[in-house]
Write a protein that binds this ligand. Structure first.
Ligand code: GDP
Length: 443
């Protein structure tokens, strides 16, 4: 499945965990996984090939940062390449022209053009507080003009009414004239759906573009179209000068590869994505979000946020501060951490979610809620002196604690051993802070 690419990459890199560098040889399997996953995501083959070449160039010889596993390091490289490939620039609309700034919306029938016109109008109104006019040049579908008129009134934006007996080019001319007379800042022009192979219709849109000289010509693409969308976009781009792409229906598309292919092949930036049928379901395109979607990282990031929210930050921060001031990590601190972990639903949850992370993957304490309860009981049976200085816990003390907590001596030995391990980790945290370690999991 596409959504588990990040996981697959990590898995295939586990065997090189102790090597300091990524090499042609040790990333071979992982490269295969990337190729497979991108193809499954419906990324065009030629794009996959180019993408892999770029990733390889960047990965080979790459030194692995000490706080990452090779899996994380490689994911970082793939993620950065995805972001770069989908455009890392600002995708906002260009409205810097003499008013009215004209935005022409084009694409196939049913792609979502009319809905998107209304969405963009609302988006511009919210963001820029501009005076906006909308018109429709779709004289072929009886209900098209009406549909846009209704949408415009729903969002309180003025509509320049056309009728199906007019020629699209004449509607364009009149609407521009009207926009100028009434000092509109923006004129949004909806157009009829057309096939890129329909020469007559393509000539018509060319004429509209030549006359209106739009600052933005946005091609609306249904993201569920798959590979056909690439041909379509390439051809539209040959006829017209497209300034950007809007991918609609991304809410129903689980295969996000089209975003990558579109950008690679047309060279045009994706400006917006449609995320639902409602007027408000329009988002500026964020390459990094799409990269995370492609990598299946959304889940990981939301888990991290979840954990960060549940963790009692002040306790953890206090501890970090104390450690920085030279405080020796003791069993009271350990107990506080156990309590925090219990809030998160036990270690099982924690370790499972971060099994790719070097630090958290060493199943240090046992892995269920019972183990946490046991640890708590053991520490509660210790005297304050023992908690502050666990090295004094020897034979007779162990027996007393085991009786008091209803546990075995070996449970106490295990806890003390694990405490020593955690103490080592705390040294790392002392230098970096827990939140930095958590952030590293994300990057
Ligand atoms: P047009 O023929 O290109 O003007 O397409 P429409 O604007 O009439 O949209 C066609 C259908 O797609 C309508 O049912 C819209 O509600 C739906 N639609 C448009 N954009 C989106 C989107 O981002 N998500 C979803 N789920 N549906 C959308």
């Amino acid at each position: 499945m596409f959504s588990s690419l990040a996981e697959r990459l990590s898995k295939s890199l586990r065997n090189i965990i102790n090597k300091g560098r990524l090499t042609e040889d040790n990333i071979k399997d992982t490269i295969r996984e990337v190729r497979k996953a991108l193809l499954e995501a419906d990324v065009t083959l030629s794009v996959v090939k180019k993408f892999i070449i770029n990733v390889k160039k960047k990965a080979i010889g790459h030194e692995i940062n000490k706080s990452f596993t090779p899996g994380q390091e490689f994911i970082k490289i793939v993620r950065n390449e995805l972001i770069l490939s989908m455009g890392d620039q600002d995708n906002d609309l260009n409205l810097s022209t003499q008013p009215p700034a004209i935005i022409l919306i084009i694409g196939l029938q049913g792609a979502g053009k009319t809905t998107t016109v209304a969405k963009i109008a609302k988006w511009i109104q919210n963001k820029y507080k501009k005076k906006i006019l909308i018109t429709s040049t779709d004289v072929y579908r009886a209900a098209a003009i009406k549909q846009l008129e209704i949408l415009s009134s729903q969002i309180n934006i003025n509509f320049y009414l056309s009728n199906i007996n007019q020629k699209p080019i004449n509607i364009t001319k009149e609407a521009i004239q009207h926009a100028k007379l009434k000092f509109y800042d923006i004129l949004l022009i909806d157009t009829a759906g057309r096939l890129h192979i329909d020469e007559k219709m393509m000539n018509e849109i060319q004429e509209i573009q030549n006359f209106s000289n739009p600052i933005e010509t946005l091609l609306v693409v249904d993201s569920m179209m798959g590979q056909d969308a690439i041909n379509m976009a390439t051809n539209f781009n040959k006829y017209l000068s497209i300034s950007g792409i809007i991918l609609t229906k991304t809410d129903s598309d689980s295969r996000s590869g089209i975003a990558l292919s579109m950008r690679y092949i047309t060279g045009k930036s994706i400006k917006f994505i449609g995320t639902g049928e409602k007027i408000t379901n329009l988002e500026i395109f964020h390459p990094e979000r799409m990269a995370d979607k492609i990598l299946g990282m959304n889940k990981v990031i939301s888990i991290i946020k979840d954990i960060e929210e549940k963790i009692n930050k002040s306790d953890i921060q206090n501890l970090t501060k104390k450690l920085k001031q030279g405080h020796d990590f003791n069993l009271n601190d350990f107990l506080m951490q156990i309590k925090e972990m219990k809030k998160m639903g036990g270690l099982n949850y924690f370790i499972d979610k971060f099994s790719n992370n070097e630090i958290l993957s060493n199943n240090l304490l046992g892995n269920d809620q019972n183990a946490l309860n046991k640890i708590e009981a053991i520490i509660y049976s210790m005297t304050p002196k023992e908690r502050n200085n666990p090295s004094i816990i020897k034979g007779s003390r162990k027996r007393r604690i085991s009786l008091g907590s209803g546990t075995q001596i070996q449970d106490i030995n295990k806890l003390l051993k694990n405490f020593d391990n955690i103490k080592k980790i705390m040294k790392k945290i002392k230098n970096n802070g827990i939140s930095k370690i958590m952030r590293n999991i994300k990057n």
